[in-house]
Each structure stands twice: as structure tokens, then as C-alpha cells.
Design a protein around this ligand. Sequence first.
Ligand code: WTA
Length: 649
Amino acid sequence: MTTETLYPVPAEWAARAKIDSAGYTRRTELAATDPDMFWRDEAQRLDWIAPFTRVKNTSFNESDFGIKWFEDGTLNVSANCIDRHAARNPAAIAILWEGDDPAESRAISYGELLEEVCRFANVLKGQGIAKGDRVTIYLPMIPEAAVAMLACARIGAIHSVVFGGFSPDSLASRIEDCDSKLVITADEGCRGGKRVTLKGNVDAALRHVHCAGVTSVIVVRRTGGAIAMQPDRDIWYHDAIAEAAVDCPPEPMNAEDPLFILYTSGSTGKPKGVLHTSGGYLLWAAMTHDYIFDYRPGEVFWCAADIGWVTGHTYIVYGALANGATTLMFEGIPNYPDFSRFWDIVDKHQVNIFYAAPTALRALMREGDTPVTRTSRASLRLLGSVGEPINPDAWEWYHRVVGERRCPIVDTWWQTETGGAMISPLPGATALKPGSASTPLFGVLPEIVDADGVVLDGAASGNLVIADSWPGQMRTIWNDHARFFQTYFTTYPGKYFTGDGCRRDPDGYYWITGRVDDVINVSGHRMGTAEVESALVAHGKVAEAAVVGMPHDIKGQGIYAFVTLNAHEVGDAALRAELVRWVRTEIGPIATPDAIQFAPALPKTRSGKIMRRILRKIAEGDFSSFGDTSTLADPGVVDVLVAGRADAV
Ligand code: WTA
């Protein structure tokens, strides 16, 4: 199994961290024995306009299902993230932006951020956006992305950030689902020295009849590349902001008023609009950022995620800014101009805390140590990992080469649904085991259950559930509260089901083993196999498709598609390439299949259900243990698929 080397808390960390191991025990006990007091105390880290009287009002049971925290308090998220820091120290740097081109960077102070957010909030108001309206943000990694999110939060509009790598179709379905009135985009993005079409994709998305509700598009000029502006709809960001007033009082929001929607893939159907609210989410973001990264004023915090994913929301923007941190935002990619880029940025901006996904680390590790060791990295004191299980090899490399054995690694397990980290070491309190996300944060009650929902004690393997609510929990699926309950609270009634498998070792450390549903984790990005399947069957030559994950050295998991063609179609290399292109266009490059196997038929039970278990084994190249195949309508299919695998990979 996994190595279980134990790295004790370094002495200087035990001495200086906000939470040492005694503190961890104390806070954990308080959260368990007097949650009301614990959360009242934690909630003081936010500025409330009207204080709350009631802390928690939650139930995971069908009869009285509902999740509310601090329900009678009011606050404004942007005021918490900007105004209170700008008032104290307007010159402190809020956002350090590093461009794709190493010659380009910007530093934006809290004072400047306040002015820009207020101006842009007024621009949004001028476009008729009011509290509760939805605004779609489809931007590259530029400061305007954070400005746009915070401007929405300031006036109570609900933002829905769509990752810039999604196709026009994916963008259109997300605009349509939440009925956005306005889209914020840029002419183009810059990544790895290449330009990425954005405004063109918005134009294409808005040609869908269902996006008729969008009345304006605000365009940031990033590259100056040629785009078509539609005069009755499209507005330049820089023009609008120059004319806008600098004063925009923050809208008082109820703690349970929505802050944002973020679409994420599930095991079935179209992506779900995960909804987070203002009070509980911000508290969770701020608290976890503070404890896990042990952030100190003046330090530079760098979360190398994209703002299009929850990690970017919670740790580049909300958690970091709520704590008055300097947050670094990087537009580019780890290997441009070369494989030292991350570490050059660390040196250039004197980054103290670095947080990234294992997939990036594995890709860098493959290039050897020199691109790392030729840089100094002396400013680094803490490293983090997120998004997928980190294999002990990559962990050791990160620790030894990047952090020179000096920096603890916080491996944070969480999900779009959880709002922020749930299981993670605290650097001053937790001895580290490479590959384990270690132990739950205060107030988080993980349990391991078997297939029947029986709670397993002590060392055990099974499915990971959370037994009670925490403030950062998602509140609903946009427009589909029934689906919210159905998806997360019916598999194990009375508990939140994470969709992850997990092992707990005798020391109480949690080891996430990956998804147990039909979601795969490609380079730390969640992808529903059903989405890729529906893209494939939308192709005229495809009759049927089944998609599973396959092990992938760099990506963690790759996408393996079994495709049955319509009669008389020929599955050759050209068609394979065409289908790969097709899926990229339908969903976006993150859904690029790694292997396509043309299959004359799929293994189905007599009732017509595809036996994915068998397909997963074939994709893995493990032909030894298919288990019981006697229920297959045609067991011979399996041999044909085994024989055909060689052509696919
Ligand atoms: C996986 C990303 C192991 C897990 C924040 C989860 C992890 C899914 C870890 C959520 C980790 C995330 N160790 N697995 N440290 N962090 N995962 O919604 O399978 O994009 O359910 O949120 O990523 O992905 P999401």
C-alpha cells in the first residue's frame, strides 16, 4: 500500500504557528462540545453589518431538510474582503498579478482595489444589474476577474464564473441555466505565449436562442486582438469604468443570500450549479485560509489555481482577501517560458506560501530537479496541495526538492460543494504522512461508511460522508433543490455523501482514494463521464459511447472512451482524431479523450445496463479480475474489447 513515513511538525513551526497540537485538540473539542460558542467566536473574524443571533439551523433529514448559518446576520462580502483592510492600510498590496509574459506584472493595493471594485459595481448597476441578478464571468487570469467577482458581491449580484477553457456550448448552457443578464469577458486570453479566444466564444454562445436574457457584454481589453463589438450590446470595460463614480456603498446582504453559483460536474446529467451563500461561505474561506496556511500580514500567498474553479474562488479571492492577504494571481502556465517558471515567480515576488495541484507537480517532476534547484525559493515556508490525491512520490519530491525539507506540505481535501478545505494538516499541529490529507478541521465530522451505510469505526475503508453541516457547505443546486437533496443526502440518509472513497488508518488519518461515482478527476478537474458520453453521441457517426477513467502518470486520471459507431462507419485513426477534436469543441480542451476504443458492442446486462466495472478494468489494462460476467447479455463482448484495447492507447 502507501508509504507511511511520518514527518513530525518542525520545531520552529510548533513554536510559531497560530495553532499548535494542543491548540488543535482544544479547538476541536470546543467545536464538538459547544459548537455555538465555537462558531460565535470564529464568526468574529468577519465584520457584520447586523450581528446574528442564531448560529446554526441545519438538518440533513428529508422531513425538515435545510441548511442555514447565522441566518439573521447581515454583512457584505466585498466590504469584508476590501474596505476594512483599505481603511487600515490602503497601500498594502491586495493582488500581485504576474502575466503570462514574465516581463509583465502589476501590484494592486487594497486602496486601488476598493476604487476599481466600486467603479465597476457602479458600471454593473448602470447596466441594470440589481441584487439577486446573475452575472456570468468568462475571463482569463487577470485582476479584472477578481474585480468583477467582488463588484458583484458588493451589489448583491450572484456571479457564475465559467472557466475560460470551456467551449461556447458549455458556456451557453451555463448562461442559460442560471439565466444571466450580463456576461463579462475579455477580447482574448494569454497562455503559454498563445492567445485564447474568449469574446469570440461569448458571441458564439449568445447566438444560442436560449441565451436571449443577456442584455450586455462587458469586454476587458487584454490583448488588443481583433474582435467584433456589437454596439447595442457590447461595452468596453475601460470606457465604462472611466466614467463610473468611485463611490458605491456595499449592499447589506443576509448571511444566507447567495454569493455565487459555480457549475461542477456530477455523475449524471448536466453540470450542477453549486450555490454558496454569503456568511457561512466567507467565514469558512477565511477561517480555513488562516489556519491551514497560517497566514501572517505582509506574506505573499500564491494559489496557482484558475479562478474558474472553486480553489480560485476560495483561496485566490475570498479567503485570502478576507484575511487582508497579498494574493498572487498568475495568468500563465507552469512550463512557459520554461519549466522554472513557478519558481522564478516565487523568487521574483518573494512568495511565502505556494498552493498547487498534484498534476502540475508531477509534470514538473518529470523534468528533473535542475529547473527547480537553479532558483532560490528561500522565501517559501509552506507548500500546499489540492484537487486530487497526491501520490507519495510527488509529495516527497515536492517536500525534498521544492521545499528543501524545510516547508511542511498541507494536503487539503475538499470539494466545490464544501466551499473550502475540510480535511487538512495544520502546519504547526499535524505530523505529516505523504499522501494523506490527515485530519478534519474543527467542526468537520467525517465518517466512513460501508455500502449499506453502516458507520465504520477505527481503521476502516469505505465511502466518505460528513455527518453534520459546516458553515461553508453549499446550500442548493441552482434551480433544483430536489436534485440537491437527491444527489447528496439520499445515498446515506441523514448524512452528506461526498462521492469519494476513503481509508482511515489506525492513527485516525484520512486517505482519499478517489471518486466512487462516475466522476473522474482529470488534472485536478472534475469531469462527469456522462458529459463526455453525451458529447460523443452527439456526433453523427457515433451510436453509443461509454467513458471511464484510466490511470495517467501526469493527469492522475485520463479519459478513456469506448465508442460504438453507426452501421457502415469505419473506426480508423482519422475518425479517432475527428472525435477527439469534436469533444474538445463540444465541451472544451479539458475534456480531451486520451484513448478512444472503437467497440462493436458494449458489455451490457440483460436489462441493458452498461457494466462500467468491466470497462474500467479494460481501460486500466487489468484483464485479470473482471469478476462475475455471467449476467452479461453477451459475455463474448469482453474478449473482443480486451483484444481491441491495443489500438486505442
Ligand atoms: C478530489 C476541488 C484527494 C476529490 C477543491 C473531491 C482530492 C474532488 C483532494 C473535488 C485531496 C480534492 N486529496 N482528493 N487533497 N482535493 N480531491 O469540486 O475526489 O473540483 O471529491 O474541488 O477532488 O473536486 P472539486
